[in-house]
Design a protein around this ligand. Structure first.
Ligand SMILES: NC(=O)c1ccc[n+]([C@@H]2O[C@H](COP(=O)([O-])OP(=O)(O)OC[C@H]3O[C@@H](n4cnc5c(N)ncnc54)[C@H](OP(=O)(O)O)[C@@H]3O)[C@@H](O)[C@H]2O)c1
Length: 367
């Protein structure tokens, strides 16, 4: 790509809950000389944000072609926090392809992502335009952890990702889930039953984000089959988590359940308190080969609420890496497929995550 344009980077949907946090994160981490701007549909909110960070503000309606085309033509990179993406996302992606602008977003809406891949991957490969959906908590931590584990192993084997998380729910995330559920005609598969993890003396329960993360990881690589679960202390906790997931899946699948979630759940623009965001975390333990005697064990400790702090750190570092020309290839790519270890190094450097290698069964004394 030729570039650089008026802006190195535009943050779109900057006025939403994650958008505002992403603007703050960008303000804190933007390298000297980075020309960036905020964009959104509501002029008062955009202007207030632009004033706060002393950057240009652009009023853009995601569904209006002329607006999003102007946005895409003015920047090297667009980061979009304007979701649900299956509702608002397509015109901006089309505009980025047309104007050869790199792009990343926070979508976990698989059918929409598959549609974008089908429509734009080939042309993006040819023109070396990098589009990275799922650049938030889903699915950067899983994708980068598997990328790193693969490099440490000499031959392919099965990988298990086990998450411990503490965090809140954003209205935007709930409404993206509701938008997706409304379009889906097939019922979701039943979640897997809990099972023991002897190596960690813990239990595995089904994890809400596993289908998205597993899909992204499978697209990055196919030789290390990857499955993801929640890690809990007891069998009873695992059964309760299973029940909760089944209940939320049923609620999303039924019009009455969706009505209740709209009525009583958080609204778009809402999210957890600052304190809750700071107290949140996500620990991902990766076991290679076996749950009893793993060949290798990696742990990634992420700080902050997964849907918010972890998400915006992943998105902002993705945007900065794209703006710095660190993309390895063009295409509609996964985080590791596009940026590989460069993104991991960036996230380690800002202290978003810490990485440890734990003793595998090879390292344990035989008794
Ligand atoms: N991958 C992850 O781990 C992760 C984590 C968190 C969030 N997310 C996703 O990120 C998205 C945003 O979440 P959120 O909590 O920030 O939601 P939110 O607070 O509801 O924000 C949505 C943003 O989209 C903007 N928007 C809506 N319709 C628009 C339109 N027609 N044109 C332009 N802008 C429009 C809103 O503008 P106004 O401010 O003017 O209303 C707002 O800026 C959701 O899809 C959510 O699922 C993903």
């Amino acid at each position: 790509m030729k570039h650089s344009r008026e802006f190195h980077l535009i943050l779109h949907g900057a006025t939403g809950f994650t958008g505002r946090l992403a603007a703050e994160e960008l303000h804190r981490n933007a390298p000297k000389g980075l020309r960036w701007a905020v964009s959104g549909r509501t002029s008062e909110k955009v202007n207030a944000l632009a004033q706060k960070y002393e950057v240009p503000g652009i009023v853009t309606e995601s569904l209006k072609d002329s607006d999003v085309e102007s946005l895409a033509s003015r920047a090297d990179v667009i980061l979009s926090c304007a979701g649900p993406y299956s509702v608002f996302g397509t015109p901006l992606v089309q505009a980025c392809v047309k104007y050869e602008t790199h792009y990343a977003d926070l979508s976990g809406e698989l059918p929409w992502i598959h549609q974008i891949i089908q429509q734009h991957h080939e042309i993006c490969v040819q023109k070396k335009i990098t589009l990275i959906p799922s650049s938030g908590f889903d699915s950067v931590p899983s994708d980068l952890a598997v990328h790193s584990m693969r490099q440490a192993l000499s031959r392919p084997c099965k990988l298990y990702g086990l998450f411990r998380i503490k965090g809140g729910l954003n209205g935007g995330t709930l409404h993206s889930g509701l938008a997706l559920a409304e379009k889906q005609t097939l019922s979701a598969p039943a979640p897997p039953s809990p099972f023991a993890i002897p190596y960690l003396k813990r239990w595995a329960a089904p994890f809400l984000m596993a289908p998205v993360n597993e899909d992204v990881v499978a697209r990055s690589q196919s030789d290390f089959p990857y499955q993801e679960f929640l890690l809990v202390r007891t069998r009873g906790q695992a059964s309760r988590m299973s029940g909760l997931l089944r209940l939320s899946t049923r609620m999303l699948a039924s019009p009455f359940g969706r009505k209740l979630l709209r009525l009583f759940g958080p609204k778009p623009g809402q999210g957890p308190s600052k304190k809750k965001i700071e107290e949140g975390f996500a620990d991902l333990t990766l076991l290679a080969g076996s749950l009893e005697q793993p060949l290798a064990v990696h742990r990634w400790n992420w700080t902050g609420d997964p849907s918010n702090l972890i998400t915006v750190r992943c998105l902002v570092q993705t945007g900065l890496a794209l703006a710095a020309g660190e993309a390895k290839a063009g295409g509609v790519l996964t985080p590791s497929g596009a940026l590989g270890s460069a993104l991991t190094q960036r996230l380690l450097k800002i202290g978003a995550v810490q990485h440890q290698t734990l003793p595998s069964h090879h390292d344990r004394p035989q008794v």
